[in-house]
Design a protein around this ligand. Sequence first.
Ligand code: GUN
Length: 296
Amino acid sequence: MSSVSNLIDGRAIAEQLHQETTARITTLIARGVQPGLAFVRVGEDPASQVYVGMKEKVSKRLGIHSTTHVLSEHATQAELLALVARLNADPAIHGILVQAPIPSHIDSSLVYRSVSPEKDVDGFHPMNVGKVLLGDDSAFVSCTPAGVHELLIRSGVKLPGAEVVILGRGNIVGKPMASILMQKSPHANATVTVCHSSSRHVAETCRRADVIIAAMGVAHFVKADMVHSGSVVMDVGVNRIADATAPSGTRLVGDVDFATVQPKARLITPNPGGVGPMTIAMLMRNTVRAAEDLTH
Ligand code: GUN
């Protein structure tokens, strides 16, 4: 297939979700609750600044009250934990997101454990990670894998019995993605293979997949010879590579070699404009659910 019709339009699907979320916000506001979301950033990582800025903007557009707390890159673990504790106790805040990466002198797993599970709209708390693995619907699911799942469902991809290959085993995407898709439920029930840096025969494994989810952070890793005409290819990667023709000297690319894979695949996410907007849409949905649950 060579037409653009095989593109999964993440921006359009995210807008559908925003409409659904906005309707729920209207209902909440009618009973006197404005959903509140707190962002926490530590240090001046440029990518984190951009990501949090995008999330703030969408929050505002949808009617979610947001606050952003920026700590210096030299902030202590105790300072960060004290801030999280304050946000946990703040009744105007229903969701808390501590943007990764956190500087290495701070124990990030301790920070994620300190966020109240009921306000953990990022789905990073071990309670929520565990619930996802157990198939407990009350979990907050990590936003990027939840967004990939929603894209697959809303694009009509049949998951029961499908061979899904996930490239990458990170805590934010690979592991929760596998948890979601292996569940015995009508929108999952897939046969899941997780490939990582020690995997052998990765290209061969990808070739037998119905769905490839690329989330290992290697620019242009998925090549045309790893897909077939029935492949659905989801590109989660965000990699900065050198590009002498770009004004900044660099540009962002995914984990998929889009130019060669797109003409061959059945369905594929563009990057940007695929998974990214869905991550934000799922964060907004999680925040509204947190507000509903905390105030019912
Ligand atoms: N950094 C990259 N992705 C994410 C995410 O989903 N949540 C947070 N908190 N940080 C991230």
